[in-house]
Design a protein around this ligand. Structure first.
Ligand SMILES: C[S@@+](CC[C@H](N)C(=O)[O-])C[C@H]1O[C@@H](n2cnc3c(N)ncnc32)[C@H](O)[C@@H]1O
Length: 356
């Protein structure tokens, strides 16, 4: 495998399997040109090129005929991606999938396929608004799509579907590791704040048959959550509480979880969310924040810091260091007790309790 392809593979895998090693610096020209590579991957996935290659190697002419893509442009896209080992070309000029592109086949329903699609449809246009974002104070997402992210998902069903598929496919790959990193045995009830399509709480409830659960999320998530709970035979052990965690959170549960939510909010809103959770907690309740914990030092957490930019232009949110979490928790009357790492660097468990 070439040096280039190793590097791409590492950065794509690192979110789930570990941070990118401190490798030699990539030159600036290459960093800028990776945007074209990303677009080419998006086009090849969206246009069905990847799916057609799943049934065997094909020439550009065959792929153009099968998909309706312009042959000349497709030739350029395939040639460029093959040079980065996203595809491989044989001596007869036919292309086939490689380990980099195999996860993008529709049937695999991988988080990476959903990420490529949401990246091309929603994130890339939002990233293109970063300069205007700095001037206007509105998020790149709002500038590109006309509405802030959570409002847009409410009014655009296709946007919501892609987001929910992406989010839950990511969480599905992480939830066992997260659920396994905390002993729920002494507890009876758990609330998942901003629980999305119930991926994490389902894993927790399935592994702990004595627990009952509640999911707090925006009211339009009721359908996807109900469908997921019923598929996992959990409808009688888990309820959906539609509403905003900026307003309130159901009170009195033993455990509160909040995964990949705080990074979508600024330092103005996070105190409200943590304040509402703190107000809902009893003196014995425990809070588990599941999120990446940024290492501020130069060269560390390179991919998490790019994800941090993504949060910034999508929602106005941010990644945080241990010290930043501690200070926000303190402001809400809570105290960080420990941080447990999992196999996913963006899913550490920050365990907090009420300050005594
Ligand atoms: C990035 S997703 C994380 C979902 C889930 N915790 C996971 O890790 O799969 C953020 C979730 O917060 C929800 N959300 C956004 N604003 C909210 C609000 N004001 N009140 C409740 N939920 C909200 C979204 O609908 C979405 O499901």
């Amino acid at each position: 495998m070439s040096k280039f392809s190793k590097r791409i593979k590492q950065s794509w895998k690192c979110l789930l399997h570990g941070p990118a090693p401190a490798s030699a610096p990539v030159d600036l020209f290459t960093i800028l040109n990776m945007a074209w590579a990303g677009q080419a991957v998006f086009v090849a996935t969206k246009f069905g090129i990847v799916d057609h290659l799943a049934s065997g190697p094909k020439s550009v002419a065959e792929l153009a005929r099968l998909t309706g893509a312009g042959e000349a442009h497709l030739q350029q896209i395939m040639r460029a991606l093959a040079s980065w080992e996203v595809f491989a070309r044989d001596e007869s000029g036919r292309y086939r999938l490689t380990p980099l592109s195999e996860p993008l086949v529709t049937e695999r329903s991988s988080w990476l396929r959903y990420y490529v699609l949401i990246w091309g449809e929603q994130y890339y246009p939002a990233a293109g608004q970063m300069l205007e974002m700095m001037r206007s104070g509105r998020t790149g997402y709002e500038l590109a799509h006309g509405e802030p992210a959570w409002k847009h998902t409410k009014i655009a069903p296709e946007t919501l579907k892609l987001f929910v598929d992406f989010m839950s496919s990511v969480t599905d790959t992480q939830c066992e590791a997260v659920a396994g990193a905390f002993d729920f045995t002494p507890y009876r009830s758990v609330v998942d704040v901003g629980g999305g399509r119930a991926s994490l709480i389902s894993a927790v409830l399935l592994a702990n048959p004595h627990l009952r659960g509640t999911i707090v999320d925006l009211p339009y998530m009721e359908g996807p959550v109900g469908e997921r709970l019923s598929r996992s035979n959990l409808s009688d052990r888990c309820t959906f509480a539609g509403g905003s965690f900026l307003e309130s959170v159901p009170a009195g549960a033993d455990v509160y979880m909040i995964k990949h939510v705080l990074h979508d909010w600024s330092d103005t809103e996070v105190p409200k969310i943590l304040g509402n959770i703190s107000a809902a907690m009893t003196d014995e309740s425990v809070l588990i924040i599941v999120e990446g914990v940024l290492d501020d030092s130069n060269g560390a957490d390179r991919v998490l810091k790019l994800q941090d930019l993504e949060r910034m232009f999508l929602t106005g949110g941010k990644g945080r260091t241990r010290g930043e979490f501690e200070s926000l928790l303190r402001g809400a009357g809570l105290q960080l007790q420990e941080i447990r790492r999992t196999t996913s660097p963006d899913s550490c468990l920050l365990i907090a309790r009420k300050r005594r």
